[in-house]
Design a protein around this ligand. Structure first.
Ligand code: NAD
Ligand code: UDP
Ligand code: UDP
Length: 343
């Protein structure tokens, strides 16, 4: 176990999780933009435990220091408060570019900023990769398929996106991020990897990000009504965060440069999903229906044959197993926030 004296109280040494010792040849300097967010912080854990040097750049719009605080003070770790819409000069071998609001209420809160982050922010990361010769992995999304006319969605599908609707800032922002990646690849020989991430859940999701997983769990835990938007027949396919992290790390290490779907193909209607969560949690919540959301994609399920073939990757964690861990996290979060309110 690696030990270091705490800066704030030198009588209590800070105990870090034990990391692998990597020699200089195998150790990489890795930038994770958005590393204080939900997915980013799990990726940071994985890279730190593997013994790499990790730099997180985050503006804390939706991320939190708490997600990575267990690494603060470790000699391999650096946390930089910075907005990637402004240029940043660092020396790194790899860039995982995850910075972007991700839940619909968050990205719709400031659509212009969402667009700037995904366009100008992505140009800055590609410019950085060009200057230092780093490999860059872009966190794209299943939203680039829009409200899909093809089912399940494979990477060859070009998508069906409303370019001026309420989701466009995110969907089109991510589409431009992909376009930029391949323009830099063709023109500047940048090494790019593009992960099209499907709905992901797990501990450290925001309590109030308005996504279906956090909403339904919190509602069931508090015996509030479980709110289905529309008729509940729309579908999603949910992936547990550790499977996503495996997929991202495997993709970065591979030679595969085309976009690749990373998601769990087990598909449920939102109504089924409400019942699964209610059954797991128990309680007295009623399931109610609210107005449908504008431009809500009606069906979503990844075709993951590409990931299986080229990365030998497929998800391992079942929905129920993942939900149990996520519910346990939310129970603790609720206790913590209640405790904070009392103080
Ligand atoms: P998140 O909101 O928890 O994390 C995003 C992080 O980016 C936050 O820490 C936020 O503070 C930071 N950020 C946002 N704008 C920034 C800026 N301008 N400069 C610096 N930092 C900035 O979301 P997440 O669920 O962890 O998503 C991570 C990435 O994965 C995003 O790019 C998202 O689009 C993509 N993705 C996520 C999902 C999912 O279901 N979670 C699905 C598809 C794609
Ligand atoms: N950039 C950055 N960090 C770097 C190198 C570049 O943030 O280490 C930014 C830079 O501000 C520029 C963008 O990345 O606006 C794109 O870089 P590129 O070299 O493609 O463009 P140029 O600098 O030639 O306009
Ligand atoms: N949804 C719902 N009730 C909620 C939150 C979301 O019925 O309280 C629905 C939403 O309309 C969508 C699906 O659940 O059809 C997934 O929504 P989420 O915002 O989690 O992700 P995304 O739409 O980006 O896939």
């Amino acid at each position: 176990v690696h030990q270091m004296e705490s800066k704030t109280d030198n009588r209590v040494p800070k105990i870090f999780p034990s990391v692998k010792f990597l020699n200089y040849k195998n150790r990489r300097r890795i930038l994770v933009t958005g590393g204080a967010g939900f997915v980013g912080s799990h990726l940071v854990d994985r890279l730190m435990l593997e013994g790499h040097e990790v730099i997180v750049v985050d503006n804390f719009f939706t991320g939190r220091k708490r997600n990575v605080e267990h690494w603060v003070g470790h000699e391999n770790f650096e946390l930089v408060h910075h907005d990637i819409v402004r240029p940043v000069y660092l020396e790194v071998d790899e860039i995982y570019h995850l910075a972007s609001p991700a839940s619909p209420p968050h990205y719709m809160h400031n659509p212009v900023k969402t667009l700037k982050t995904n366009t100008i922010g992505t140009i800055n990361m590609l410019g950085l990769a060009k200057r230092v010769g780093a490999k860059v992995l872009i966190a794209s999304t299943s939203e680039i398929y829009g409200d899909p006319m093809e089912h399940p969605q494979s990477e060859t599908y070009w998508g069906h996106v409303n370019p001026i609707g309420p989701r466009a800032c995110y969907d089109e922002g991510k589409r431009v991020a992909e376009t930029l990646s391949y323009a830099y690849m063709r023109q500047e020989n940048i090494k790019v990897r593009v992960a099209r991430i499907f709905n992901t859940f797990g501990p450290r999701m925001h309590m109030n990000d308005g996504r279906v997983v956090s909403n339904f769990i919190l509602q069931a835990l508090q015996n509030d009504s479980i709110t289905i938007y529309g008729n509940g027949e729309q579908t999603r396919s949910f992936q547990y965060v550790s499977d996503l992290v495996d997929g991202l790390v495997t993709l970065m290490a591979s030679n595969y440069t085309q976009p690749i779907n990373i998601g769990n193909p087990v598909e449920h209607t939102i109504e089924e999903f409400a019942m699964i969560i209610k059954d797991l949690i128990g309680g007295t919540s009623k399931i109610i229906r609210l107005a449908a959301v504008e431009d809500d994609p009606q069906r979503r399920k990844p075709d993951i044959s590409r990931a299986k073939k080229y990365l030998n990757w497929e998800p391992k964690v079942s929905l129920t197993e993942g939900l149990k861990k996520t519910i346990a996290y939310f129970v603790k979060e609720l206790q913590r926030t209640k405790h904070l309110q009392k103080d």
